[in-house]
Design a protein around this ligand. Structure first.
Ligand code: 9MR
Length: 861
């Protein structure tokens, strides 16, 4: 073995058998000092090569768990044939231990080189060893003379060149441990984790404590001045699999005094600060919905709506260097013979792709948020003038305006009449090649191409457009008709071509969004068409998913959409019974609550193997939606508490002790994977805007940063706040639509409900031929005060409210809601509030027979 002078020390640990370096195991040092593995995919256990690259005169592949490089002979220098990986961090003055196994078909020298990936290619250390047909393990140590940050220009490479003959050299178990800087994004998590935004009076307030102790500990709640205001004992939960920690729960639910800057303390551990307030969480509904305007393609993002920091020129509108989205051809191999004008829509995520599959579910969820509010909640909160968008005073609820931005794009992706597969929808449109980070949309110079149509995309279009049609009917009959006709055409086309599946390997320049099973998309689309038209009933009932079969503990997402159809069937009742759907929502919510009860950081989400997936936070929010619906349907507090617990987890009560929502909480996510909000890569660019949800933990470690930083992580801890960690920290329209839905629900339900037995309403009306004036006296006959209330009832005939007083009045069809105004929000037991309205009418007016307050019944007096 020849040792070059750069190595401080070489341990001649030459073994014939492969040394057992546990695949991907984190290095744990003696004396508790953290040691960080700096090589990614050093054991090749997954069968993949990434992020190793092979340069000129080499061809690398993984075979039999080793990385084998075919080397062409006849080169002059070692570096004429090399393979390595970039972005390896080095710290000057720190020592490193390199280990690897190697063998070769024919004995030859091999150099292991630590250095710089770009000119002037400075070296930190180079050593040459002799590799033989017998596998040997080499252990080398060196001290770095240079500094390279993670994801910078540090490189580790093997040099194979300088030989006259062809050869094959195989390496395995490559490990480089050293340095003291924790990898970026891996910040130590505090042990005492809270919802960093806030808790709501009258609702549960819980935190989680990671501790070695098995016995209860004393907790103290301090107010904003630091004064102790409450104290109690933690509840030990034992070992928690999702976090691989011993966890206690702190329950301070009984403390209800509103204020800000509260902290919890247990011993030396102090939590992030938080509020206790009825409005602590209400702003999130608008923060989360604001995301969609930011993501709009084909229009300038204006400072007056988003502030100077986030404003940017229109993307993909044919201004150089953009190639524009106004006449996008199909990919060359499709040879479709037409172009489509597919401007507009939302960029899916941190990339500039626009995908019908994912766009469909995201648009549906914004529309559903509104449809649910009409049925169960407060649609005024989503009404016209509520969002900072250009359409804010057009007389249409803003959330529908925002969804329409995407709907128009989805409709534009439909194959024109007279063309092959007409009526189907192209699966996606995106760049030919992936662009770098950062790249603002208007600076993207890549050609844009349409992918082939797919059945899944076609059914997404059908479902979202059918749903849009019924919601837009009161505002724009022309659009409503156009949406329905496109939906029906798409549905017919999907039935004619029921198994056109997008290529799962088509991931160049954009994601694949391939979904092999479309039974659920067929059910979803049929349910939407039935809800809107009353036709298509047999398509709904003939589906194997009919009757709430889609709900489960893992949840629904872009590839698993049957539950969306069920939710629409529930919200838009027709003659089909919705009992089975209701039961499924309640049973699934009970499963969530049972899973959450023993958990250290309770969250409604459970996969078969306990792992966390790409976009787990989106699934958490969607399961929060299911719990929210269970509460809407039953008024049972445990379901409401479960939905709020999902929010607690997203806002900081989690093992990484971070708020996954940008700009909200004491330790929010910053470095999302996004080509504009790329502050980590370019400090002149912004971090993610407030209300943007990170994808969240993913224990499958599907990007090089995750693989480098998180080997062996427990599921809920598999996350870092790093821009390159695209499988952990991207942001997408479908995850933010789930979060927006939950945020809107949580905002509504931050008002404590009235008890079912505690309400009475006296309705009196004076009538004339074409109208009436009504007065309602609503009395709190229960034993607890109301801090806010919403009265609901339905007209029996053709009445239309023209004016109301002492409440915020809204009417959708026959459904009426009256919400408190600030001065009459509080109603003590035994007290009443009187409100009223004027209405136009045709025909006979009858007093409403049923009333509700805050979702519970209110008896007519
Ligand atoms: O959200 C998608 C996730 O479910 C998949 O596992 C992953 C890999 O196929 O792709 C995710 O979607 C990405 C899409 O393909 C491209 N835009 C960004 C999306 C989020 O990372």
């Amino acid at each position: 073995m020849v040792v070059s002078k750069w190595w401080r020390m070489v341990l001649p640990a030459v073994l014939v058998a492969a040394v057992a370096v546990a695949p991907g195991a984190p290095s744990s040092a003696a004396e508790g000092v953290a040691e960080y593995e700096r090589i990614v995919n050093g054991d090749f256990s997954g069968g993949g090569v990434d992020p190793w690259w092979a340069g000129a005169n080499t061809r690398g592949s993984v075979a039999g768990g080793e990385y084998c490089v075919d080397v062409t002979g006849g080169t002059a220098n070692g570096y004429d044939a090399l393979s390595g990986q970039n972005g390896v961090p080095y710290e000057a003055g720190q020592s490193y231990t390199l280990k690897f196994d190697a063998r070769a078909t024919v004995e030859q020298p091999l150099s292991a080189v630590a250095g710089e990936a770009v000119a002037p290619y400075r070296k930190i250390a180079r050593t040459e060893v002799a590799v033989t047909p017998a596998k040997q393990t080499f252990t080398l140590t060196f001290e770095s003379t240079l500094d390279f940050p993670a994801a910078g220009n540090g490189q580790f490479a093997f040099w194979f060149g300088g030989q006259s003959f062809d050869n094959t050299v195989c390496v395995d178990n490559v490990s480089l441990v050293g340095g003291v800087l924790p990898p970026p994004g891996v910040e130590p998590a505090g042990p005492l984790r809270v919802n960093q935004v806030g808790y709501v009076p009258g609702l549960p307030k819980q935190a989680s404590l990671a501790t070695g102790s098995a016995t209860p500990q004393t907790w103290t709640l301090r107010d904003g001045t630091g004064a102790s205001v409450a104290t109690g004992q933690t509840i030990p939960k034992g070992h928690d699999a999702a976090s691989d920690e011993n966890v206690h729960v702190v329950d301070f639910s009984s403390y209800d005094r509103q204020g800000s800057g509260y902290t919890l303390a247990v011993g030396d551990a102090v939590s992030a600060p938080f509020d206790i307030s009825a409005t602590a969480l209400t702003g999130l509904r608008y923060d989360s919905l604001a995301f969609f305007y930011h993501q709009r393609s084909g229009t300038p993002i204006e400072a007056r709506y988003v502030g100077e920091e986030y404003a940017r020129p229109a993307g993909h509108v044919n201004v150089a260097p953009n190639q524009g989205d106004d006449a996008v051809p199909c990919r060359a191999d499709l040879n479709c013979g037409y172009t489509l004008d597919v401007r507009g829509g939302w960029y899916d995520a941190g990339d500039h792709g626009k995908y019908v599959v994912n766009g469909g579910i995201a648009a549906w969820q914004l529309q559903n948020s509104y449809e649910r509010a009409v049925r169960f909640g407060d649609k005024t909160a989503l009404g016209d003038g509520t969002l900072a968008i250009p359409e804010r005073s057009n007389g249409v609820p803003d959330v529908l305006d925002e969804a329409r931005w995407e709907l128009e794009f989805l409709l534009s992706m439909q194959v024109p009449d007279g063309k092959p597969l007409s009526g189907m929808a192209h699966h996606k449109i995106h760049d030919e090649q992936w662009t770098g980070l950062p790249t603002l949309p208007h600076k993207d110079a890549q050609p844009r191409r349409l992918s082939a149509p797919s059945t899944a995309a076609t059914l997404n279009l059908a479902a979202a457009a059918a749903q849009a049609s019924r919601l837009w009917a009161p505002y724009d009959t022309t659009f409503a008709a156009r949406a329905l006709s496109a939906a029906e055409k798409a549905y017919t086309a999907a039935k004619a071509h029921p198994d056109v599946i997008a290529d799962p390997n088509d991931g160049t320049g954009g994601g694949s969004y391939s979904d092999p099973t479309v039974t659920d998309e067929f059910y979803w689309a049929a349910a939407e068409l039935y809800a809107t038209t009353g036709r298509y009933r047999a398509d709904v009932t003939d589906s194997p998913l009919f009757g709430g079969k889609s709900f489960n503990a893992r949840g629904f997402d872009w590839g698993s959409t049957g539950a969306l159809g069920d939710v629409s069937l529930l919200l838009v009742p027709r003659e089909l019974s919705t009992d089975a759907i209701r039961s499924a929502i309640i049973a699934t919510s009970d499963t969530h609550l049972a899973n959450m009860a023993p958990a250290g950081h309770p969250v409604p989400y459970r996969t078969a193997d306990g792992g966390y997936e790409w976009g787990s936070n989106g699934l958490v929010a969607n399961n929060g939606m299911v719990l929210g619906l269970a509460y809407d349907l039953t008024g049972t507090a445990k379901y409401r508490n479960g939905a709020f617990a999902a929010m607690d987890y997203l806002l900081g009560r989690n093992p990484v002790d971070r708020s996954y929502v940008a700009g909200r909480g004491d330790r929010p996510v910053r470095n999302v994977h996004h080509r504009h909000w790329a502050n980590q890569a370019d400090p002149s660019l912004p971090t993610a805007p407030p209300g943007t949800l990170s994808g969240g933990p993913n224990s499958a470690l599907q990007d090089p940063v995750a693989q480098r930083l998180l080997p062996g992580c427990a599921p809920q801890r598999c996350w870092v706040d790093h821009i390159e960690a695209y499988s952990l920290n991207e942001v997408t329209v479908n995850w933010n639509s789930a979060f927006a839905w939950l945020s809107n629900w949580v905002a509504e339900r931050s008002v404590p409900p009235a008890t079912a037995s505690g309400c009475q309403v006296k309705y009196t009306a004076s009538l004339w031929q074409t109208g009436l004036t009504a007065s309602l006296t609503v009395k709190n006959t229960g034993t607890t005060k109301w801090d806010g209330w919403v009265l609901g009832f339905a007209f029996g005939g053709a009445e239309r409210i023209t004016q109301g007083w002492s409440a915020v009045w809204t009417q959708q069809g026959s459904a009426v809601q009256a919400g408190n105004v600030p001065w009459n929000a509080r109603v003590e037991p035994g007290a009443s509030v009187t409100i009223g309205f004027n209405a136009e009418k045709t025909g006979i007016h009858k007093s409403p027979a049923e009333f509700s307050v805050n979702g519970g019944p209110c008896t007519p007096a």
